[in-house]
Design a protein around this ligand. Structure first.
Ligand code: AHR
Length: 512
């Protein structure tokens, strides 16, 4: 079976914003407690930050990190998490039925960001709270001093402002599960008023309004239309969230879901542009895909996890080889929409549906999805090239959403057996091709035509595949990890490579 990818140096789609490869730290499960923060752990520094986890987060490469939620933020009082730790109240977290000690809060997160080589994306609570608490938090974080909240930060030991530039106006406010769930009208109004006072407090910030929690939501489309009617002139991004799963073990259909993600993005862009046109606006709204991943292995885990306890294990999906293929494909979709999707956050970073796992008092390790993410983050920067892809296709059907097995049937007719993104990075002068062979049984010969370039050597070809699609990594054994492949050689401006069946690949090609 053979396929081809054709690109031309001058046919570019857009520049990749490094924030496309963001992460997410929510106060839930074992993300914070026993994840990034574990005082007394042998690898923890005096502040309780696990250095082994930090090393993996730096390797993962997440230049932006969303915090503190997620559903958690909709019931969070940020004031509980600042000041002397001994004075902070333990509170019930209604989102995840857990006890939050508040021993880790805004300032500890900002310290962690510095160690993790990441910048913050801070969410405000628009569930139980509103504009006033949001602007107070912003004043606490960003105002230099001389006001009540900024002086409180200085009293807490942070003389310099944190200067947090990116803020989310609440989380998933369209979802009935959300604390303080709202209609689109209700949310649109409060988001617009919150945006106004926040930008009056610090005009240098960027704001993200809540879009739909998924393309499957009954209000999808109408929600964006109404929310943007209120907020279009006040915000910079609309959010978009999506999780996929394979509850019925339909792998060909499952691997096609990154094309559903593509459809979802293009539909949100269409609504944004329709509102922009209606408003006769010259502004082009961008997207923040600030929650995405595979989530289904751990459904039901909460039943074995004691309610109202600290760090109750939740959503601890153990990922397989085939999940790594879908995550790699979802990254390809994000790259191919880089003209409109500027921010992406894999949800989440540690322990909860995460590329990194930890054991309390023990080790930290890479899940199967770690390497497609880290390599795409490391080498996926530059200009996205428009591609013409010719390859065999199949009719994909998938039953079951990540969170509601059996209830959603997705049809993706004519799904290409090859999904790919091609990036031109002028400095140091290379074209990087990310490609997934969705064919579970056959290798696929791919011919890459680099028109307008003078292709040189193949710098490296990393491939991720495993004979067992259900193979997983553990603390003791990294069974699924990339390997250097050989045999891709350029000749007469063309690179040919035979991609193994069911494989994720990254080819870095030197170009003149
Ligand atoms: O990432 C886990 C949860 O998924 C988040 O808290 C919420 O925003 C989404 O529903």
């Amino acid at each position: 079976m053979s396929s081809s990818i054709t690109v031309h140096r001058k046919f570019t789609l857009g520049t990749v914003d490094p924030r496309l490869f963001g992460g997410f730290i929510e106060h839930m499960g074992r993300v914070v407690h026993e994840g990034i923060f574990e005082p007394g752990h042998p690898a923890a520094d005096p502040a309780g930050l696990r250095q082994d986890v930090l090393a993996l987060v730096r390797e993962l490469g997440t230049p932006v990190t969303r915090y503190p939620g997620g559903n958690f933020v909709s019931g969070y009082n940020w004031e509980d998490g600042v000041g002397p730790a001994k004075n902070r109240p333990a509170k019930l977290d209604l989102a995840w039925k857990a006890l939050e000690t508040n021993t880790f809060g805004t300032n500890e997160f900002m310290d962690w960001c510095k160690h993790a080589n990441t910048t913050p994306m801070m969410a405000v609570n628009l569930g139980t709270r509103g504009p006033d608490e949001a602007r107070n938090l912003l004043e606490y974080c960003n105002h230099p001093g001389g006001s009540y909240w900024s002086d409180l930060r200085r009293k807490h030991g942070y003389e310099q402002p944190h200067n947090i530039k990116l803020w989310c106006l609440g989380n998933e406010m369209d979802g009935p599960w959300q604390i303080g769930h709202k209609t689109a009208q209700e949310y649109g109004r409060v988001a617009a008023e919150t945006a106004k006072v926040m930008k009056w407090t610090d005009p240098s910030i960027e704001l993200v309004a809540c879009g739909s929690s998924g393309s499957h939501m009954p209000t999808f489309g109408a929600w964006e239309d109404t929310v943007l009617e209120h907020t279009y002139d006040h915000i910079d991004y609309i959010s978009i969230h999506r999780y996929y799963g394979n509850p019925k073990d339909e792998t060909p259909g499952y691997l096609a879901l990154s094309d559903e993600m593509d459809r979802f993005i293009k539909n949100v862009v269409a609504v944004c542009d329709s509102v922009g046109a209606r408003k006769k606006s010259t502004k082009k709204l961008m997207l923040s895909f600030d929650e995405w991943n595979v989530w289904f292995h751990s459904i039901g885990q909460e039943k074995n996890s004691p309610e109202w306890s600290v760090a109750r294990p939740l959503l601890e999906d153990v990922y397989t080889m085939e999940d790594a293929l879908l995550v790699g494909s979802m990254l390809i979709t994000l790259l191919n929409n880089a003209d409109r999707v500027k921010i992406g956050c894999i949800a989440q970073t540690v322990n909860v549906i995460a590329p990194i796992m930890t054991r309390k008092g023990g080790g930290a390790w890479r899940q199967t999805i770690f390497s497609p993410f880290s390599l795409t983050s490391k080498y996926g920067g530059g200009e996205v090239l428009r591609q013409v892809v010719e390859c065999p296709r199949y009719d994909a059907v998938h039953t079951g959403d990540a969170l509601s097995p059996g209830s959603i049937v997705t049809h993706l007719p004519h799904t290409p057996l090859l999904t790919s993104a091609s990036i031109y990075n002028a400095e140091p002068g290379e074209v990087v091709v990310f490609a997934v062979n969705r064919d579970l049984a056959n290798a696929q010969e791919v011919r890459i035509d680099l028109l307008g370039f003078a292709p040189g050597a193949v710098i490296e070809w990393q491939t991720l595949h495993h004979a067992d699609l259900k193979a997983v990594n553990t603390e003791d054994e990294e069974r699924v990890k990339p390997a250097q492949a050989q045999g891709a050689t350029p000749a007469a401006g063309v690179v040919k490579a035979v991609l193994p069946a069911a494989s994720w690949n990254m080819l870095r090609i030197k170009v003149g």
